[in-house]
Structures are given as structure tokens and as C-alpha cells.
Design a protein around this ligand. Structure first.
Ligand code: MN
Length: 200
């Protein structure tokens, strides 16, 4: 098998009360597992079996929709688990904090713009904070499992922070109230991990 489903870096209930244990269990053990399994099926016997996920996504327009959807799902969820933490919340410090202030003016403005991107994404998708090729911080949103590493994405860059706004990420606890889920999610953002990605 080319790609493996990694364990969550914390227990299913670690992000409560903001994200409930049952949602985390189903999201990781079923949804993320399905993306991983289906990615492996889609690349079986192809050169992509020996490539990194980043290199696969970079040229995903040349590959099947199954690789785009499941490769994106595999990458995005790996990142999503890592940019959350039971010790999260608060606000970014250091160089990332400075860059957010320089770009957006205030942390509150940044949160408002990111929240707007996540709230207004129609249907299923993701909101992103990413670093473009010039090193500038940008906010965007993508449909389905697309991400800024993909050549098919309308904006491109290095993903720093991502938020899953598929209903499977929040429906059990928040039902149709996506804004409530987004509001609670800020309490579990792992800014140390976002800063680590920014420094790469
Ligand atoms: Mn998801």
C-alpha cells in the first residue's frame, strides 16, 4: 500500500466540547480511511505509487478524478488533524503572528475573512490560509477535496491552515449550523503547527 492512514495525534474526545468524539471517530476512521483506501486503489500499478502526495497533487490535472478527489481527501485530512490540538486556540505569535498583522491589520480581521471564506463556500469544501509563491499570506476556499497544491486549483501556494466545511465534519453536533462549528473551531487551532508550516 502506497499511503497509510496515520492515527490521530490525540484521542477522539480531545477536542471536546468544540468537536465531539463521535464526529472525530467517524471523520477519521471512516471518511479519512475511505479517501486513503480509494487513493491507493486509484494509483495501484501506476508511477504515482512511488511518488509523494505533494508531487501527485501538483500534476493532478493529468490524472483521474478519483486521484484528485481521494488524493485531496488524504492530504487535506492529514493536515486538518495536525493543525488542531486540545491545547489550541489563543492566537499566532512570532513571525506568523507578525505576518498576519502586516497582511490583515488585526487578528480579528484575519479571523473574519477566513470565517467568511469558510461560511460562504457553497456545498462541500475547505477554507485555506496559504502562502503564495511570493511568500504573501492569502485566504481562499476550494470545492470538494481540492487544495492549493493542485494545478487545477484557481489559487496556488503552500497550505498553512485548513478548515473542513463538509457536513460530515460538523453535522452530528451542529446540524446545519456551520457558523457555530466555525466559531468553536477557532478554540482548537494549533498555531504552533501553523507557524511551523509558515517557516518551511
Ligand atoms: Mn472531512
Amino acid at each position: 500500500m502506497a499511503f497509510k492512514l496515520a492515527d490521530l495525534p490525540y484521542s477522539f474526545n480531545a477536542l471536546e466540547p468544540h468537536i465531539d468524539a463521535k464526529t472525530m471517530e467517524i471523520h477519521h476512521d471512516r471518511h479519512h480511511k475511505a479517501y486513503t483506501d480509494n487513493l491507493n486503489k486509484a494509483i495501484e500499478g501506476t508511477p504515482q505509487e512511488n511518488m509523494s502526495i505533494e508531487d501527485i497533487l501538483k500534476n493532478v490535472s493529468k490524472l483521474s478524478p478519483a486521484v484528485r478527489n481521494n488524493g485531496g481527501g488524504y492530504y487535506n485530512h492529514n493536515m486538518f488533524w495536525e493543525i488542531m490540538s486540545p491545547k489550541g486556540g489563543d492566537m499566532p505569535m512570532g513571525k506568523l503572528g507578525d505576518a498576519i498583522m502586516d497582511t490583515f491589520g488585526t487578528f480579528t480581521t484575519f479571523k473574519e475573512q477566513f470565517t467568511a471564506a469558510a461560511t460562504t463556500r457553497f456545498g462541500s469544501g475547505w477554507a485555506w490560509l496559504y502562502k503564495d509563491k511570493d511568500g504573501a499570506l492569502k485566504i481562499g476556499s476550494t470545492p470538494n477535496q481540492d487544495n492549493p497544491l493542485m494545478d487545477v486549483c484557481e489559487f496556488k501556494g503552500t497550505p498553512l491552515l485548513c478548515l473542513d466545511v463538509w457536513e460530515h465534519a460538523y453535522y452530528l453536533h451542529y446540524q446545519n449550523k456551520r457558523p457555530d462549528y466555525i466559531g468553536a473551531w477557532w478554540n482548537v487551532v494549533n498555531w504552533q503547527e501553523v507557524a511551523r508550516r509558515y517557516a518551511l
